[in-house]
Design a protein around this ligand. Structure first.
Ligand SMILES: [Zn+2]
Length: 184
């Protein structure tokens, strides 16, 4: 691994705080699962908003929804595809079952590139996961024109992303290309 790849892997595999996890009973038994929004946030942080993509293909098998997902990440002109199948029991709502299957598929695919391996190794104990949000010491490269949030540099080095990208109540936060400017 060269230094860039090592840095990417370390960032992908950094621990999450407790609020990132939920109890998941969709397979008929209890599992600890990482919430999809935290996986997406990590992907944004590392690759930038437009340098990763998750495609979902659903299949229904009696009372079970399967999601065959494909996660594509781009880093330094290299494109990598990761395939993973997730599933969810159809219990209450169809929408919930689709969402559960998609999240399951995404989290498996993400684990293949280092995100939250611990859940899949069975190493997560929610009693010992940090309650505190990690101190934010990222450099700020500007302000989002939509929401005035801080812009951070994606680890890919190609784009900046808004700290509030998840909140789309004001609209889509614009893509900002990184052109070598210094932190403010
Ligand atoms: Zn914004």
């Amino acid at each position: 691994m060269d230094d860039d790849n090592k840095y990417i892997y370390q960032t992908l595999s950094e621990n999450f705080q407790k609020e990132a996890y939920s109890k998941d009973n969709s397979r008929g038994f209890e599992l600890t699962a990482l919430k999809a929004q935290y996986i997406k946030e990590r992907l944004n942080e590392v690759f930038g908003i437009f340098d990763w993509e998750f495609e979902e293909n659903f299949k229904t098998e009696s009372n079970f929804i399967l999601c065959h997902g494909r996660l594509t990440v781009t880093f330094k002109e290299q494109i990598r595809h990761v395939y993973a199948t997730g599933g969810s029991q159809l219990k209450k709502s169809l929408a919930d079952a689709y969402k559960g299957a998609a999240t399951d598929s995404l989290s498996k695919a993400a684990s293949f590139i280092g995100i939250d391996n611990d859940v899949f190794k069975g190493n997560i104990n929610l009693n010992t996961v940090s309650e505190t949000v990690k101190k934010d010491n990222r450099d700020v490269y500007g302000k989002c024109v939509l929401c005035d949030g801080n812009l951070y540099l994606a680890r890919s080095g190609k784009s900046l992303y808004c700290e509030r990208f998840k909140d789309e109540s004001k609209g889509k936060h614009p893509y900002v290309e990184y052109t070598g400017q210094k932190p403010i």
